[in-house]
Ligand binder design. Sequence first.
Ligand code: SF4
Length: 337
Amino acid sequence: MSRIFSGIQPSGELHIGNYLGAVKNWVRLQHEYEAIFCIVDYHAITGVYDPIVLRERRRDMAIGLLASGIDPNVCSLFAQSAVPEHTELAWFFNTITPLGELERQTQFKEKSAKQESINAGLLNYPVLQAADILLYRADLVPVGEDQIQHLELSRVIARRWNLMFGHKTGRIAEDGSEEREPYFPEPQALLTPTRRIMGLDGQAKMSKSMGNTIALLESPESIWAKLRPAVTDPKRIRKTDPGTPEVCNIYHLHKAFSPPATVEHVATQCSTAGWGCIDCKKVLAESMETELVPIRRRAKELADKPEAIDDALAAGGAHCRAMARETIDQVRERMGF
Ligand code: SF4
């Protein structure tokens, strides 16, 4: 069975962008692959942060994932910091990664442009990401399109490491060099089927830093207070103006939460000016409730039993640490330690 690895930052409570764009897909994938899901808390400290808040956010993220249907009896769920081999492997990979490749990463360029002081952790972030994936020799990584460049770097690092430290086969390659047996697989992308979830402003990807999110565990009243003024088709000014569903974020949320017949009804009503945007949003709020009520209930049960969350993370951490240890032993031996 192929192995998949994916990580999520403990940025606090999950929002519906994370849920639809990643976690809902993970819930399905955990039954199809040997799945490893990691709360990447080492990745969460490349900016200014509060250690107490980080602990709370790690716990909140675990609650959100478990409540969404991640089942620790079926997959491995753990916190990155429980397996220090992640940083050990990242150090080894740092020594074979050219600086220029890290400086070319789009996410580094975007994030560093917004900061006055840039720490080395931000630059080396994709090397740690490569270590996260390769530590478990994962074959596949569920990613959104914005993560493809980092995954490509993971493949480059795996290839380079294999060429330098893979066991010699005794054969000569086409280019005249000595052939090496690859130790690390070059991980492939498993593209997330859901398109990018836009924020309620309809302008940018849903993200906590943009303040345009709906939290997964938010109350129905609070969700409605956000949905009501949310941006729709900008050309639909009056109720009598026919709309274009495809350009409207509310329509895409319907596609994620509403049954197919409702989605079809929404498209017809919108394009024929059969209803107003508030009517449309009310139906969306109902569809969201159908999906979110059980998640909220499970989250409440979990929050009342924090020891169960800690136990689940500890079991996942112990299992993954044993796998990580095997990889690190091989890497150390081949790199001369
Ligand atoms: S009717 Fe619905 S899909 Fe059409 S513009 Fe309004 S909110 Fe968007």
